[in-house]
Structures are given as structure tokens and as C-alpha cells.
Design a protein around this ligand. Structure first.
Ligand code: 16G
Length: 244
């Protein structure tokens, strides 16, 4: 993609003209999802526009979700997300949900270690004064698209070795006879802050869904307390209601 010089003074603000040209290139497929855009300074040279103007056009497209910026690596055409319909009544794992759809599962680990629990973890997991918590924080991605940031906490009584979890936490728990069979989930709205937006490759301030899950073993003991941040543009939650 190499935008030409701008020579039509009657066509409106320059940044809007560039914004439209980039949007058209994306719509026509000349710029495909994942393609990178020339650096700001190169686009300024190609178009004869100032860097401020180029930046303004690019920022508008980042805000509208058509471009994504990754710190240190540049600006890319965003992958289109079709919304994933997710049943709320099934106690499934991310890996199971994606595999059922024939999609890939990738995790980018943020941390995976044993800590002294926070007051929130003590409460949720029902920990004692000397208990420790295993924390697994990761970005859950599928087919190259980041979908959620997940922070799971478990008592080390159940998971003393969080580093054994490579892909599926529920897979590891199942192999140890610790598969949760009941969970309570709460969903609320959240606007994504700068760090979370960067991890999810969306513009800062866009809508996210905060999901908290507390899962139980058949014995009634809490096995997992997970706080997740889902991309609001990627999910459509569905649940069946009955008149009882
Ligand atoms: C789901 C669960 C999460 C669980 C994870 C295990 C929600 C909101 N969260 O993402 O609580 O820890 O699955 O996935 O549904 P895994 O077995 O692929 O690691």
C-alpha cells in the first residue's frame, strides 16, 4: 500500500482524505487483514502530508477498529471479528469452546506462579492464613485474534505447580480428577484501559465484558476463581430462559 500525493484541495480536510483512501484500500482488499502499513514518516513522504496529519488519519482508523497498533512493531489492518455466540449455561473451557468451533487455541502467558493470596483471592477461594494461591494470567487467542485476558486463581492445594498448565487448565484439572462441575458467573461492562486494550489489540476505551467465574467441585469446594476481560466486539452471549 503506497498512498499517492494529495493534490485535490477541494476534497475536504487532508486527514479525512487519507483516512478515506486507507479505508477504501481495506474495503477493496488491496490491504488485507494482518498487512502492515508504511511507517508514519514514510506515509508522510509518499503523500506530501505532515506527520501530524498522517497520525490523525491513522488514529481515526484505529479508533474505528479498522487498524491496530502494536507497540514496537507498527500499524496493521485489523482482523475482522465475527461475533462468537457463546452459550452461558455450559460449564466449558476456552479450549473446548474453540475446538468445538474448529478454531485454533493460543495462549500468551503473562504470568504463571505461586503467590501469597490477595484478600479477594482469600475470600473467593476460601483460603486459610498460610495458604498460597496459584495464579495463571494469559491472553486467550484464537485463529490469530486475541479474545480475552484471563486471570485464574486456584489454591495450591489443587494446583501446586501452575507451570504445568501449557494450554488447558481444565485439561490439567480433569486429568487430576478435579474437573469443576458447577460454576457461578457474573458479567458486567468495562471500558478497556490502555494496557488491556493493547493486549486485546483494540483501541483504548472500547467496550469490554468483565466476567468472573467461581467454579466448584462436586464436593462443593471452590476450585477456581477467574477474572476475565473479554472483547465486547467478539462475543454474543446467549442463554435459554424458561418459565418455571
Ligand atoms: C474459560 C473460563 C475460565 C477457565 C478457562 C479454562 C469463562 C468466562 N472462563 O475461559 O474460568 O479458567 O475457560 O480454559 O468462561 P482452558 O481449559 O482452555 O485453560
Amino acid at each position: 500500500f503506497s498512498p499517492q500525493r494529495f493534490d485535490d484541495p477541494g476534497a475536504g480536510p487532508l486527514y479525512l482524505q487519507l483516512q478515506r483512501r486507507i479505508a477504501e484500500a481495506i474495503a477493496s482488499g488491496r490491504l488485507a487483514p494482518g498487512d502492515s502499513l508504511p511507517a508514519e514518516r514514510d506515509m508522510a513522504t509518499m503523500t506530501g502530508l505532515s506527520r501530524v496529519t498522517v497520525r490523525k488519519a491513522v488514529q481515526a482508523l484505529v479508533l474505528s477498529g479498522q487498524l491496530v497498533q502494536r507497540r514496537g512493531s507498527g500499524t496493521f489492518v485489523a482482523h475482522k471479528v465475527e461475533k462468537l455466540e457463546q452459550a452461558l449455561s455450559l460449564l466449558t473451557s476456552f479450549t473446548e469452546d474453540m475446538q468445538r468451533r474448529g478454531r485454533t487455541v493460543e495462549s500468551v502467558w503473562l504470568s504463571r506462579a505461586v503467590h501469597s493470596p490477595s484478600p479477594e483471592e482469600v475470600m473467593a477461594l476460601g483460603l486459610g492464613a498460610d495458604d498460597r494461591a496459584a495464579r495463571l494470567a494469559r491472553v486467550r487467542r484464537s485463529d490469530g485474534i486475541p479474545l480475552a485476558i484471563e486471570r485464574a486463581s486456584l489454591s495450591t492445594a489443587f494446583l501446586p505447580d501452575p507451570e504445568v498448565v501449557e494450554t488447558s487448565l481444565y485439561g490439567v484439572l480433569e486429568a487430576r480428577g478435579l474437573r469443576p462441575t458447577r460454576a457461578v458467573q457474573r458479567i458486567s461492562a468495562a471500558n478497556l484501559g490502555p494496557r488491556d486494550a493493547e493486549l486485546l489489540e483494540v483501541a483504548e476505551g472500547v467496550a469490554g465484558l468483565k466476567i468472573e467465574r467461581v467454579s466448584y467441585l462436586p464436593s462443593g469446594q471452590v476450585i477456581e476463581f477467574t477474572r476475565s476481560l473479554y472483547r465486547g466486539d467478539a462475543y454474543d452471549f446467549a442463554v435459554e430462559l424458561k418459565l418455571t
